[in-house]
Design a protein around this ligand. Sequence first.
Ligand SMILES: [Zn+2]
Length: 126
Amino acid sequence: MPDCPFCPGVPEETTHLFVTCPRLAGIWARILPDQSTPVSVELAVQALCDAFADADEGRIPHTAAMAVLWVIWKSHNAMIFRATHEYVPTICRNIRRHAELWACRAPRRLDVTPLKLWCQTVVDVN
Ligand SMILES: [Zn+2]
């Protein structure tokens, strides 16, 4: 298993890559305020979904969770393929952009208000 591109000597396991890598601490602190950094991807997604209460049977929370994981994955690849270190504000901005884009493309019957609100409050980076 290769090392984390940000942490020489630390194996790039799934949990480290998406949740516990020190470079991500500021992101989870922003997304899950008043909680310690989750210890697994599953618990991170669960905690994120819990923040939405009962928004449309989980579709909206899952969209938010996918946006977070997708953008973290892309920031990892930016380092691997372009040696570009994306820091927390950039990653948060990208999460917001992705979530807003996906909200635009959601079916009309889906109430995307909770997702837009989440973007503004949780991923607000001015
Ligand atoms: Zn790392």
